[in-house]
Ligand binder design. Structure first.
Ligand SMILES: [Zn+2]
Length: 388
């Protein structure tokens, strides 16, 4: 018998789609983890549900995506020697994470056989293990000198889908970077480049010339990680490259707002995607993506429903993921949001635009309830209820 999830009595459906961020709907039905129907309850077949959730008038958004994390193994990070950090992010509404390289691994192998083995191990391990229920797309090898086309072919055939940040390994020139990124692309592996000053001792500056020449699919932390490029270079990247503009929490906030405003002026908001770049020297921020949404909406003066698209549909499109949108055929991963208790905002969207964080009342991953009221966000005024 199929697992049928019915979510009814939704106050506001935030689709994640920049072109149509709010849907005229109050009900979502998913079968075996895939969204089947979105619309008005009277128009949808809600019979024979295995699970029914009464949203109690709260808002439903796609599960948030963190486009930039550095996992290592299991739910542990050596960066701040912390356990359970991924599970904590689930309580911030994140259901999907993309690895920008398992670079914090103690003793990280830098020889080619070793780096390939580590990438394949990380891909397999996180495919089989979802900390708290979060899907982590890991196994992101960092480019090192001496890699040849066959290495990318082999990695792709082994299930590797993403490169770690270009620039964190020994490849630090645009000519080599461009050649390797093109090999990766040929075999369906997506690439990200580090942008800005060094993150930690041992990494180095990647300026706009190297970013433009390498032409990776994602301009990783365009607002620096944490040291940003000069404003003129950030603007040039927005104007001259067609690639994704990733803004991260562990970056320069002012530079992030500059990138957002430039993308808005260029009418290229679809390129803006969000990540945390955690774990980092600043630690792990379980509410990092929610904080980015509120920061960019309030200080960047964009509607909250648009800011949510940056962390959902935009990232899914740029990263070729089947989540991030509330639409038939997409993964049934959701976060239920409501105005935090005592917020000065009139409603959820107004509270985000005023800079407050949303309260998370429930998270669903692939059609299964992973948490109810978040232990980390300010308490949501209303929370959904499982009625069956
Ligand atoms: Zn970086």
């Amino acid at each position: 018998m199929p697992n049928k999830l019915v979510i009814r009595n939704i106050g506001l459906v935030l689709s994640g789609d920049l072109d149509r961020p709010i849907l005229d709907a109050d009900t979502v039905v998913a079968i075996d983890g895939v969204i089947q129907a979105v619309g008005k309850e009277k128009d949808i077949d809600t019979s024979d549900a295995t699970t029914t959730v009464d949203a109690k008038g709260t808002s439903l958004a796609p599960g948030l995506i963190d486009s930039h994390v550095h996992p290592v193994c299991g739910d542990w990070t050596p960066r701040q020697n912390q356990l359970g950090w991924i599970d904590s992010c689930l309580h911030g509404g994140v259901t999907t994470m993309v690895s920008a390289g398992e670079v914090h691994t103690p003793g990280r192998p830098k020889d080619i056989v070793g780096l390939k083995a580590m990438a394949i191990f990380a891909q397999r391990a996180f495919h089989a293990f979802r900390p708290g229920g979060v899907k982590v797309y890991a196994g992101a090898p960092v480019l090192e000198q001496g890699m040849v086309e066959d290495d990318f072919k082999e990695l792709a055939a082994s299930g590797v889908k993403f490169l770690g940040e270009v620039g964190l390994g020994s490849v630090k020139d645009g000519v080599t970077g461009r050649r390797m990124v093109a090999w990766a692309r040929k075999y369906g592996i997506q690439s990200t480049i580090h942008t800005g000053g060094p993150s930690i001792p041992g990494s180095s500056l990647i300026d706009k010339d190297m970013v433009l020449e390498t032409d990776a699919d994602v301009i990783g932390h365009v607002n620096g990680g944490h040291t940003a490029l000069p404003d003129s270079q950030i603007k040039e990247l927005c104007e001259r490259s067609p690639r994704a503009l990733e803004i991260v929490h562990n970056g320069n906030e002012r530079a992030g707002l500059l990138a957002l405003r430039t993308a808005k002026e260029l009418r290229q908001m679809h390129r803006v995607i969000l990540g945390t770049d955690s774990p980092a020297g600043s630690g792990v921020q379980p509410l990092g993506i929610l904080r980015m949404i509120s920061m960019l909406s309030s200080l960047g003066e964009i509607p909250a429903e648009i800011a949510i698209c940056l962390a959902t549909g935009n990232t899914a499109k740029m990263r070729n993921l089947n989540c991030g949108l509330i639409a038939a055929g997409r993964e049934a991963s959701f976060v239920f949001l409501d105005t935090a208790q005592q917020s000065a905002g009139k409603n959820l969207l107004d509270s985000i635009q005023k800079g407050d964080l949303a309260g998370v009342g429930m998270v669903i991953t692939d059609g299964l309830i992973t948490i109810q009221r978040s232990r980390n966000t300010p308490p949501a005024t209303r929370v959904p209820e499982v009625v069956k």
